[in-house]
Design a protein around this ligand. Structure first.
Ligand code: GLN
Length: 487
């Protein structure tokens, strides 16, 4: 049998239930792995070993007594450091929150606790989730377990890398413009961005509130569905949370795509896409056709405006959300000051990194009077056009299939001096984010140099079930998700 930390939650659940293994043994195997490899991967900002072992012992008691256990009881989970955890450091990858301990738990944390999961630690991320490579973390850069010289993607780079390196069983990330799907794709794991409103944002540190969503990263589609079941649901603490029935997503794990209509957006197979990425995604589509799906080319004509639109709207919201870090209420405060304005200036100058400052300036500019109509309002209108493209498409097809990222993982440092190049990493994920759609990235191949390639499946809002069915069928008929990096 492979070491416990390499197994999936659904495999482990059977062993926990039959008492073939204990959650304490499982948790220890995860920490052994962390001790072996995290010095090179650098996926974690904070480890919570004492809490984890205590939670594992509690879970074991539930299994010993034969009490009702859920599929996630006793399962190790890591959380992106943007999710508030009471009593445990939540830094958001920023110096300004470097010592911040949240006084409350995020709703997703409450839900995980109710299922008696095991918290392994908090994972590294781009500061305030702004970035595509985890190089914007104020602390250190996480490395891609498939090649330590390359980036893991971002901003949930830590959450993707620790799943890929078997330093946890499951993790949670957050996705504003691609931050779950893109790192999942680059690290060869499965990552799901739920429909906007599916998962409560209460206790998720806000970046761009009309876009942010929490979602799972896992070793396979089944674990993703199991975790999705646990974290979804209406929450009165989040005014944008959808009061919508949550189906049991594991019922959609059906190995059959007969009758499913797949749309292939022509704009996503354009110039700039790496030929190996294109080839892998096209052969994945061919496989799904062989398995009974039909395909059709679809045009999403406003796709080319998505990056520009996203980089108006997300920074505008960020500039408002980040106004709260003023050195008064929480987080860093610089004390050597002349007056209160000086305190704000010094705290924010020293507390925020370059990318965060760039976004605050861009956002403040596009919201300022005289520019609001030209930039922010215009961007909102284009956002509607992008959404309408998708509405039209989903009248014809069940799902859309695209590459998740135009390229595989790039070298550390390669794009840090070129923000535009970095922003283009999200060219295939931002349009669906602007439209609030759910999307998954599943592994669909490796490049010649052994770097993972990901396939994105998108559906209409609240139609995650279709995504799970297509992704599951693809996974069951391939072995990409079983490949592991050699560390
Ligand atoms: N890379 C994009 C950005 O920098 C998306 C980030 C995200 O989804 N959090 O904004």
């Amino acid at each position: 049998m492979p070491p416990l930390n390499q197994l999936t939650a659904h495999e482990l659940h059977k062993k926990l239930k039959s008492r073939e293994i204990t959650s304490v043994e499982l948790t220890e195997s995860v920490f052994d792995r962390i001790n072996d490899v995290d010095d090179s991967v650098k996926g974690y900002i904070t480890l919570t070993q004492d809490i984890a072992l205590e939670q594992a012992a509690t879970a074991d008691k539930i299994f010993d007594r034969g009490d009702q256990a859920s599929s996630l009881t006793g399962i190790p989970i890591a959380l992106k450091d943007v999710i508030c955890t009471q009593g445990v450091l939540t830094t958001c990858g920023s110096r300004i929150l470097g010592n911040f301990v949240s006084p409350y738990d995020a709703t997703v944390m409450h839900k995980l606790n109710a299922h008696k999961t095991v918290m392994i630690g908090k994972t590294n991320m781009d500061e305030f989730a702004m970035g595509s490579s985890t190089e914007n973390s104020a602390f250190f850069t996480t490395r891609n377990p498939w090649n330590l010289e390359t980036i893991p993607g971002g901003s949930s780079g830590g959450s993707a890398a620790v799943v890929a390196a078997d330093e946890t069983i499951i993790s949670l990330g957050s996705d504003t413009g691609g931050s779950i799907r893109q790192p999942a794709s680059l690290c060869g794991v499965v990552g799901m961005k739920p429909t906007y409103g599916r998962v409560s944002r209460f206790g998720l540190i806000a970046f761009a509130s009309s876009l942010d969503q929490i979602g799972p990263l896992a070793k396979d589609v089944t674990d993703c569905a199991i975790t999705h079941n646990v974290i979804c649901g209406h929450d009165p603490m989040d005014s944008t949370s959808a009061n919508f029935p949550v189906p049991d997503f594991t019922n959609s794990l059906i190995n059959d795509v007969n009758g499913i209509k797949i749309g292939i957006p022509t704009q996503y197979f354009s110039e700039g896409i790496d030929p190996q990425v294109e080839a892998s995604v096209r052969s994945a589509i061919e496989l799904l056709e062989k398995l009974g799906a039909s395909t059709e080319e679809i045009s999403l004509p406003h796709t080319e405006y998505a990056i520009a639109t996203y980089y108006i709207i997300a920074p505008a919201e960020a500039s408002a959300n980040l106004a709260r870090y003023d050195g008064v209420r929480y987080g860093l405060r610089i004390d050597q000051i002349d007056n209160i304005i000086d305190m704000y200036k010094k705290t924010r100058s020293q507390g925020f990194g370059d990318e965060v400052k760039r976004r605050i300036m861009l956002g403040t500019y596009s919201l300022s009077s005289g520019y609001y109509d030209a930039y922010y309002l215009k961007a909102q209108k284009v956002r509607t056009l992008i959404k309408q493209d998708f509405d039209q498409a989903f009248k014809k097809v069940d799902v859309l299939i695209t590459p998740t990222s135009p390229t595989p993982a790039f070298k550390i440092g390669e794009r840090t001096d070129d923000p535009l190049q970095m922003y283009l990493s999200d060219i295939f994920t931002t349009p669906s984010s602007l439209a609030g759609l759910p999307g998954i990235s599943v592994p669909c191949g490796l490049t010649e140099s052994g770097l993972p390639i990901g396939l994105q499946v998108l559906a209409a809002p609240f139609e995650e079930e279709k995504i799970f069915r297509v992704a599951y069928t693809f996974e069951q008929n391939t072995d990409h998700h079983q490949k592991k990096p050699k560390l």
